[in-house]
Design a protein around this ligand. Structure first.
Ligand SMILES: CC(C)(COP(=O)(O)OP(=O)(O)OC[C@H]1O[C@@H](n2cnc3c(N)ncnc32)[C@H](O)[C@@H]1OP(=O)(O)O)[C@@H](O)C(=O)NCCC(=O)NCCS
Length: 196
């Protein structure tokens, strides 16, 4: 995620969450928080340019728009998903899984032993996504969400077991190939702290 992505990300955020993040929070996560790995999933299409326009030197234009985004913190072997959302019009097509797989696999490459997150008890869609990736509910955080005092499930994925890591790597590879994703996030040295 780059600073120039923030307006599109905030648009999806407002459509997805009752309490969206502020622009200041995104800027902090991208530019200052060294423990933060923010990502966007971008759809790219090259617009064809007719031959006669090419004669005048016009190159094909790449159209890009953001389908979803996510964020992960990683501190001393522990990783935590801070946010994940897909544009409402693009849900149910596998993009949420792409985002989750990328963050989980990045946590593995960063040698984290655990990946955690909180999810509203009413958010069964997201819970199913996390369960598909073998997250387990390890507790309940009462009245975690301040806007309506809703409880959160505390979910965790252990990343220190070989068989589970192999399954995760297999899922990551399969989902990236299935959707033709060019992953510039998972192995990036520091995807955050980037200016444009
Ligand atoms: C949660 C969210 C990111 C999922 O993204 P998505 O692109 O719709 O999900 P995918 O299409 O990749 O689906 C992946 C898995 O999620 C679960 N899932 C997705 N949509 C579902 C639905 N309508 N009902 C039940 N499970 C669903 C399934 O397990 C699915 O796997 P499957 O296709 O093999 O059944 C998306 O719904 C979203 O942005 N929600 C609003 C923000 C949010 O709640 N974020 C989570 C905060 S903790």
């Amino acid at each position: 995620m780059r600073v120039s992505d923030i307006p599109q990300v905030m648009h999806i955020d407002r459509l997805s969450f009752e309490v969206p993040w502020s622009e200041k929070s995104y800027r902090y996560e991208i530019l200052e928080a060294g423990h933060s790995s923010m990502l966007v999933l971008e759809w790219c299409r090259e617009q064809a340019v007719p031959q006669w326009k090419r004669w005048f030197g016009l190159a094909p234009v790449a159209q890009r728009w953001i389908v979803g985004y996510g964020g992960m913190w990683h501190i001393q072997g522990d990783a935590h998903i801070s946010t994940i959302a897909v544009h409402p019009k693009m849900r149910g097509r596998g993009w949420g899984e792409v985002l989750l797989a990328a963050m989980a696999y990045r946590a593995v490459l960063l040698h984290c032993v655990e990946l955690g997150l909180e999810v509203r008890v009413s958010n069964s869609k997201a819970q199913q996504l996390y369960q598909k990736y073998e997250f387990e509910t390890v507790g309940i955080k009462p009245r975690y969400y301040r806007n309506n005092n809703e409880d959160a499930y505390d979910m965790q994925l252990r990343l220190d077991e070989d068989a589970r890591l192999k399954r995760l790597e297999g899922r990551y590879t399969a989902v990236m190939n299935r959707h033709g994703v060019a992953d510039q996030y998972t192995r990036a040295v520091r995807p955050s702290l980037r200016k444009d």
